[in-house]
Design a protein around this ligand. Structure first.
Ligand SMILES: *Cc1c(COP(=O)(O)O)cnc(C)c1O
Ligand SMILES: [Zn+2]
Length: 413
C-alpha cells in the first residue's frame, strides 16, 4: 500500500507492518493506521474527487488502507444522504442543522462501512471465513457484506439483540450463536472461538482497519458540505470505534489540506450505559458499567475502543451528553416527524443528545451542526411503536371513523 506507512500502537507507540491480519499490539493497546499524507496529497485533489462516479465509500480509496489491486466489495456502502433539517433546526433553536442518514446503508446501519472494509481485508488475507461478536448491527452488516462476497460468517450476538437484526443474520446465511448473557460475555466467547479456529476477525476494536472504514462517514459529511466545516458533529457512542473513526476521517482531511479547521464532536451515550462519557466527565479512567438501556447497539458496558474514542473526544474539545431512554424515544419521534428519518434507538441517540445540549443552552444559536443517524428504525419496530404509539384501529365503517376522529381530538383539514 503506497498510501500507508505502517500501523502504530496508540498506547506504547510500537510500529507494525500493515498486513491484513493485524490485531492488537503485544501490550494490549489498539493499533492506528498511519498514512503517507504527502503521497495522498499528490494523488488526490478536491477536483479529482468531485469528478468520480463512484457513489460509495470506496470513492475515497487514496485514504483507505487497501492494496491498489483490491476490488471494492459488491454491496454499495456509504454516500448516504445528508439532509438539511430546517424544521428540526427551528425546533432546536439552531441556525443550521444537517442530518446524515446512515440507516440507508445496504444492511441499514453505519456498521456497513466497517464491514465493507473487513471484507476487503479478508479478501487480501485470503480468508474464507469471517467472525465477529456484536450487539447486532456489526453482525448483520458483516453477514450481508460477506454473503455478497461469497465468504462464510460466524456471528456471536447477545440474546437481547432485536428480532429485526437477527432476521437479517438468518437471511444472509450466517451461522449465528445467540449468547445468553451480556455483550461482554458474548465478546469473550467470540474471542476464544476466533483464536481456536483462526477466522478473520471483524471485532472492531481488535482489527485496526475497521475504524478506517467508519471514517468515511466523516469524509462524506465534509464533501457533502462542500468542505465547509460544521461547528459540531453529534453521534452515538458504544464501543467507541465509530466516533474514533469519524475523528480520524476529519483529521485525515485536515492533514491533506482539504479542510482548515476541525469540528467539535458531541459524544452521546445512554444514561444507563455511559462508561466513556463518564470518564470524560470525571477525568478518571473509564470503568465498566451495566448495560441498562433500550438502545441495544450502544449498550456496551466494557468499551473495547476506549483509548481511541476518549482521545477523539478530548482532541476535538468535544462535548459529552448522556440521555435517558425516554429522551431517546422522544428523539426517535422528533426525527420522524420533522425529517422523515426513521432511526433505531441507538441511531437517534446523537440527536437526543444534541436536543438536550440545546435545551441546556450549550450550543450557540448560530452554530452549524451535523447529527448522524447511525441505524435504521426498521431493525427494531417494537421500540418504535413503544416510542410513537399504536394506530387508530376500527372496522371499515365511516361512522366509526368520524367517531374515532372525535374521540382522538383529530380536527380533519
Ligand atoms: C455500533 C453502533 C453505534 C456505536 O458505534 P461504536 O463503534 O460501538 O461506538 C451507534 N449506533 C448504532 C446504530 C450502532 O450500530
Ligand atoms: Zn503497544
Amino acid at each position: 500500500m503506497k498510501n500507508v506507512k505502517h500501523a502504530k500502537c496508540v498506547k506504547c507507540g510500537k510500529i507494525y507492518e500493515a498486513t491484513p491480519h493485524l490485531t492488537n499490539c503485544t501490550c494490549g493497546g489498539i493499533l492506528d493506521i498511519i498514512y503517507d499524507y504527502d503521497y495522498i496529497k499528490a494523488n488526490l485533489t478536491k477536483a479529482s474527487l468531485a469528478a468520480r462516479q463512484d457513489n460509495s465509500m470506496w470513492r475515497y480509496r487514496e485514504l483507505l488502507p487497501v492494496e491498489e489491486t483490491t476490488e471494492a466489495p459488491p454491496l454499495r456502502v456509504g454516500w448516504s444522504p445528508l439532509y438539511e433539517a430546517k424544521l428540526l433546526a427551528n425546533e432546536l433553536g439552531i441556525r443550521k442543522l444537517y442530518v446524515k442518514d446512515d440507516g440507508l446503508n445496504p444492511t441499514a446501519s453505519l456498521k456497513d462501512r466497517a464491514s465493507s472494509m473487513a471484507v476487503a481485508k479478508a479478501m487480501e488475507a485470503g480468508a474464507k471465513v469471517i467472525a465477529c461478536s456484536s450487539t447486532g448491527n456489526a453482525a448483520s452488516s458483516l453477514a450481508g457484506n460477506a454473503a455478497a462476497a461469497g465468504l462464510k460468517t460466524y456471528i456471536f450476538v447477545p440474546s437481547r439483540a432485536p428480532k429485526g437484526k437477527v432476521a437479517q443474520l438468518m437471511t444472509f446465511g450466517a451461522t449465528v450463536i445467540s449468547v445468553q448473557g451480556s455483550y461482554e460475555e458474548t465478546f469473550e466467547l467470540s474471542k476464544q472461538a476466533i483464536e481456536k479456529w483462526g477466522w478473520y476477525n471483524r471485532n472492531a476494536a481488535i482489527n485496526p482497519y475497521l475504524s478506517e472504514g467508519k471514517k468515511t462517514v466523516g469524509l462524506e459529511i465534509m464533501e457533502q458540505l462542500n468542505w465547509e466545516v460544521p461547528d459540531y458533529i453529534a453521534i452515538s457512542v458504544g464501543d467507541g470505534c465509530t466516533i474514533a473513526g469519524l475523528w480520524k476521517g476529519l483529521k485525515d482531511l485536515y492533514a491533506i489540506g482539504f479542510i482548515d479547521r476541525l469540528p467539535r464532536l458531541i459524544s452521546a451515550q445512554a444514561e444507563g450505559c455511559c462508561p466513556l462519557n463518564r470518564a470524560i466527565e470525571t477525568g478518571e479512567e473509564w470503568r465498566p458499567m451495566e448495560e441498562n438501556t433500550l438502545a441495544d447497539s450502544i449498550a456496551v458496558g466494557v468499551p473495547r475502543n476506549a483509548d481511541k474514542a476518549l482521545m477523539a473526544i478530548r482532541e476535538s474539545n468535544g462535548l459529552v451528553v448522556n440521555v435517558s431512554d425516554a429522551e431517546i424515544m422522544a428523539a426517535q419521534k422528533l426525527l420522524g416527524r420533522t425529517c422523515g428519518v426513521f432511526g433505531e434507538p441507538a441511531g437517534v441517540t446523537g440527536a437526543a443528545g444534541l436536543k438536550k445540549l440545546c435545551q441546556q443552552g450549550k450550543i450557540p444559536a448560530d452554530a452549524t451542526v451535523v447529527s448522524v443517524v447511525t441505524g435504521n428504525g426498521l431493525k427494531d419496530v417494537a421500540n418504535a411503536i413503544a416510542a410513537c404509539g399504536e394506530p387508530i384501529s376500527i372496522p371499515g365503517d365511516m361512522e366509526l371513523l368520524l367517531k374515532a376522529f372525535a374521540d382522538n381530538g383529530i380536527v380533519v383539514e
